[in-house]
Design a binder for this molecule. Structure first.
Ligand SMILES: C[S@@+](CC[C@H](N)C(=O)[O-])C[C@H]1O[C@@H](n2cnc3c(N)ncnc32)[C@H](O)[C@@H]1O
Length: 272
């Protein structure tokens, strides 16, 4: 943690790096290595004030998507796999009390630098979003934009998010669209119009070009997992790039993304 608050994490996890699952260790090494490549995007995203936030690889405006709840003032939020923590900065500027957790100390170092530059501090925890060191029912919103939502095992992090949320709390997460994951060749190449892997059994994905591990599920399994974890599914929003939008993301062309979703956002709520 970077600072002390009244919301100190309880000691639920061994020291970072101790008994981490194999995919978490591998992703920690990968993200510590990649962190410097994510500084520029973090810098731009930290500058976006309320109403100007932009989501995902196509920079789709929050004004259009309305993903963020209206009633954030005073709410306790946790960002699962916060990276450079710009989403938490957005939440803070809308009146929330955010905490970010991330598996990469290098990403958190960037987040801390931006906090200092913007004079906006909130707790940042180095840890695994599959075992978060906070008590049950600590938060009103759990959110993840390409964080734990794709890099942690959904069968571990979704029940953990449910544990962390209070009755009535929301879970919002942005991920690669399932269809994209079926059409992405196992190389640094953009998605094609062919299905290159089965939907059946889709879960853990490893890539030949690096040591990282990520995760994807079919829509049916997402719904089953969310419901088994105590959530009601409120929405599944497919993201479409605006006219003329471009992206540095190498895995889908704008032409592909105009026809099939590259990204999707799940919105779920704990009854209460
Ligand atoms: C693409 S970044 C997304 C975060 C943020 N939206 C950003 O762009 O900076 C992915 C982040 O997920 C983090 N991550 C991966 N596995 C994690 C885990 N098991 N628990 C917490 N964070 C994790 C990585 O360390 C990385 O900072």
């Amino acid at each position: 943690m970077t600072e002390t608050t009244d919301r100190e994490p309880a000691n639920r996890e061994p020291a970072p790096g101790g008994d981490l699952p194999e995919h978490v260790r591998r992703n920690r090494a990968a993200w510590d290595r990649w962190a410097s490549e994510y500084v520029a995007n973090g810098e731009l995203s930290w500058r976006l004030g309320p109403g100007d936030e932009k989501w995902g690889i196509w920079d789709i405006p929050e004004r259009e998507l309305r993903l963020l709840p209206d009633d954030l003032a005073g709410r306790d939020t946790i960002e699962l796999g916060c990276g450079t923590a710009y989403v938490s900065a957005w939440l803070a500027r809308r009146g929330a009390r955010p905490i970010g957790i991330d598996n990469s100390e290098a990403q958190l170092a960037t987040a801390r630098r931006f906090q200092a530059e913007h004079g906006l501090t909130f707790p940042l925890v180095h840890g695994n979003a599959e075992a978060v060191p906070f008590p049950d029912a600590s938060f009103d919103l759990a959110i993840s934009e390409y964080g734990a939502s794709i890099w942690a095992d959904p069968f571990a992090w979704v029940p953990e998010a449910s544990r962390l949320l209070r009755p009535g709390g929301r879970l919002i997460f942005l991920i690669n669209a399932t269809l994209l994951m079926l059409c992405m060749p196992d190389e640094e190449r953009a998605a094609t119009n062919e299905l290159v892997r089965p939907l059946r059994g889709l879960h853990r994905l490893e890539w030949s070009e690096d040591e990282s591990v990520n995760f994807a599920l079919s829509h049916g399994r997402w719904i089953g997992l969310l419901r088994a974890s105590g959530f009601e599914v409120e929405g599944l929003v497919e993201l479409w790039p605006g006219e003329g939008a471009t992206s540095d993301f190498p895995y889908a062309t704008a032409e592909w993304a105009a026809q099939w979703p590259t990204e999707e956002v799940w919105i779920a709520r704990k009854p209460g």
